[in-house]
Design a protein around this ligand. Structure first.
Ligand code: ITT
Length: 189
């Protein structure tokens, strides 16, 4: 098993990464350091800058993600502001903004970046299309999970165990892309 250190303050993410990457041959340990989360236009920029910060602190073999919920009717809001909006408006606030709207389409995006000794830097992005429902449902997961139903399901992410969420989620998709990108880079280098 290869070891990677996940930089996050969110223990739910740690669980999802462990669950998703263990069968793919990675042991995920927690690296509880903070990078200054810059305000940027894209998830990729946030990930790149955060990797720079953590490398600067002297760490290697690190992985991290920046994620967001993009709602069509709100022109992609909260998007890169998802963290701030969750801590200020919360799910109730999003549901109010969506009140009366027929267009409920939304997607989660997850950008994963890593900095590895053997292959250098890799950044990939996964997404999960779906819709915002009318009322929060479910107690599992975290963040916006109770108000989002991914395509292909009738349940919110907050009504799913880790297996099911990872099979359909932005983070699960990004993890699969990440492992593929890593193994093809290893073959080339
Ligand atoms: P980090 O320390 O890893 O940055 P975080 O919780 O701040 O943890 P993000 O900045 O990636 O994570 O997330 C932005 C917001 O989107 C935040 O409020 C999360 O709760 C929410 N979010 C991220 N991934 C999610 C997921 O899989 N399901 C529901 N909400 C999610």
């Amino acid at each position: 098993m290869k070891e990677v250190a996940l930089v996050t303050s969110n223990m739910h993410k740690l669980k999802e990464f462990r669950h998703g990457l263990a069968p793919l041959g990675y042991d995920v340990v927690h690296l509880p350091v903070d990078c200054d989360e810059i305000q940027a236009d894209t998830l990729e920029e946030v990930v790149d800058r955060c990797l720079d910060d953590v490398v600067e602190m002297g760490h290697s073999n690190i992985i991290l993600d920046d994620s967001g919920l993009f709602i069509d009717r709100l022109n992609g809001f909260p998007g890169v502001y998802s963290s701030y909006v969750f801590s200020t408006l919360g799910n109730e606030g999003i549901l109010k903004l969506m009140d009366g709207s027929d267009d409920r389409r939304a997607r989660f995006e997850c950008c994963i970046g890593c900095q590895m000794d053997d292959v250098g830097r890799l950044v990939v992005k996964g997404s999960s299309p779906g819709r915002i429902i009318g009322e929060a449902r479910g107690r599992l997961g975290f963040g916006y999970d109770p108000i989002f139903v991914p395509d292909g399901s009738e349940r919110t992410f907050a009504e799913m165990g880790l297996d099911e969420k990872n099979a359909l989620s932005h983070r699960g998709n990004a993890m699969r892309l990440f492992v593929n990108a890593l193994s093809s880079k290893m073959k080339v280098d």
